[in-house]
Design a protein around this ligand. Structure first.
Ligand code: NAD
Length: 427
């Protein structure tokens, strides 16, 4: 590895990383400079400080963000993250990736993202509810079912979305109220959520892996895989891949890694993890040091935790054929180059985890039409969207001889470009 690669890439902040990624694609399609200029910063960066009454009676001030990157294709769309490391550059990067992700799978949405900087593990349920409601109230008209539509992300879930929905609806008049259910997606079924939204991100990842395997004539029934992060995206991707007969050899969360060479029973692990929130006490695998996780030989690695996890520090240890990015931004630019040079294939995040926003879109449509779609219908529509996008990316990649990541950004960018060329800017 050259020292330039080290200095140039692993150290970039997340937003610089996102910009570098889409700018490679802009070069590949000779994007008009005026469109590059427009896309080079988010349209809006909202930062809010809001007070919350804690269980102790003390009032604490929290910092929250909503970044709206672009809405040329439709309302801003993207998750809300609760994490101590939430930072404006991280939220900008995540919002940027949403713009490209929605374009890539042909959704009528732009890109947004939000977050609150705190550790939800230190809060009671009541504190989480009050914080979520205060944040939603503070966002006010910066969100809305036809303007900007949040969804779950790291450490937020269907319950968080229901609190957001309820808070937003209560700021409307009685006559308007029911028409605003679609202000957030990823809700519980009873409160207007969609069948299949809980598993959608993992399902999308597995649809991508199926397509990869079909193109390579690779038998998933004999495959092995390892999954970093056993939350929503990671546990569902693992569970659905295991249904093909693939064996999970290892997984981890922020505290523990576990390993079993004969394969981990994913369903048993999910039950155990749902009940205890602990991997280390699962009897069907042994605990290994966290850093050893990256050295386990398997066919597929699914990073499903946080950004910047596959780095110069561990990329040379990987012994896999495919990296399927269920997480957003898990691979640094320097690690990307090394994967490429080692012939390790990649399904990039904006394609691999697009299942979540895709079913969020289905939820939004169902809310608008007051409809309820059965799971089979949701799955069928999701599979078609994801696999078509996969094929568009692989066709571009083969034709233009670029990396899969650049191909994905280029296909997405081309659609955004057409919209700008047709609309231009007002006035
Ligand atoms: P989650 O909170 O449900 O799960 C995150 C998991 O990662 C947890 O198991 C956590 O312990 C683990 N983790 C955190 N830090 C870790 C570390 N340093 N090492 C190992 N494990 C670690 O979150 P999620 O919703 O599953 O999101 C995971 C990733 O998927 C994020 O990048 C998110 O942006 C992306 N994503 C999620 C969705 C969605 O619908 N939830 C959609 C698209 C993309």
């Amino acid at each position: 590895m050259t020292s330039e690669a080290r200095g140039a890439s692993d150290d970039l902040n997340l937003y610089e990383m996102a910009v570098t990624q889409w700018r490679s694609a802009a070069a590949a399609i000779s994007l008009e400079p005026w469109i590059t200029t427009i896309l080079s910063q988010p349209k809006n960066e909202i930062m809010i400080h809001f007070p919350v009454r804690m269980d102790s009676g003390e009032y604490r001030l929290f910092k929250g963000y909503r970044v709206q990157h672009n809405n040329v294709l439709g309302p801003y769309k993207g998750g809300i993250r609760f994490h101590p490391n939430v930072h404006i550059d991280e939220v900008k990067a995540l919002a940027t990736w949403m713009t490209f992700k929605c374009s890539l799978i042909h959704l009528p949405f732009g890109g947004g993202k939000g977050g609150v900087q705190f550790d939800p593990k230190q809060c009671s349920r009541g504190e989480l509810m009050r914080l979520t409601r205060r944040f939603t109230h503070a966002l006010g008209n910066n969100i809305g079912p036809e303007y900007d539509i949040p969804a779950p992300d790291v450490n937020t879930n269907a319950q968080t979305m229901v609190w957001m929905m309820d808070t937003y609806m209560n700021s409307m008049t009685a006559h308007e109220r029911d028409g605003t259910r679609g202000v957030v997606t990823g809700k519980t079924l009873e409160c207007g959520g969609s069948e299949g939204r809980d598993k959608a991100t993992g399902q999308g990842t597995v649809f991508c892996i199926e397509e990869w395997a079909a193109q390579k004539k690779f038998d998933l029934g004999k495959a092995t895989f390892i999954t970093q992060g056993f939350g929503n995206a990671g546990s569902w991707a693992s569970s659905l891949l295991a249904r093909h007969g693939s064996r999970m050899l290892a997984t981890c969360n922020s505290r523990h890694a576990i390993h079993n060479d004969r394969g981990i029973d994913v369903e048993a692990l999910r039950l155990h993890y749902d009940k205890t929130g602990d991997l280390s006490s699962f009897r069907g695998a042994e605990v290994i040091p966290l850093e050893q996780f990256w050295r386990i030989k398997a066919d597929i690695l699914i990073p499903a935790a946080l950004e910047k996890q596959v780095t110069l520090a561990n990329v040379s240890d990987l012994d896999v054929k495919l990296v399927a990015e269920a997480a957003n931004g898990p691979t640094t630019l320097a690690a990307d180059q090394i994967l490429e040079s080692r012939g390790i294939e990649l399904i990039p995040d904006i394609l691999c985890n697009a299942g979540g926003v895709c079913v969020s879109y289905f939820e939004w449509v169902q809310n608008k039409k007051s409809e309820h779609w059965e799971l089979e219908e949701v799955d069928r529509k999701l599979e078609a969207k994801i696999k078509k996008a996969y094929r568009r990316v692989s066709a571009f990649r083969s034709e233009r001889k670029v990396s899969t990541r650049t191909a994905a950004f280029a296909v997405a960018l081309d659609r955004i470009r057409s919209a700008y060329i047709q609309r231009e800017i007002f006035p």
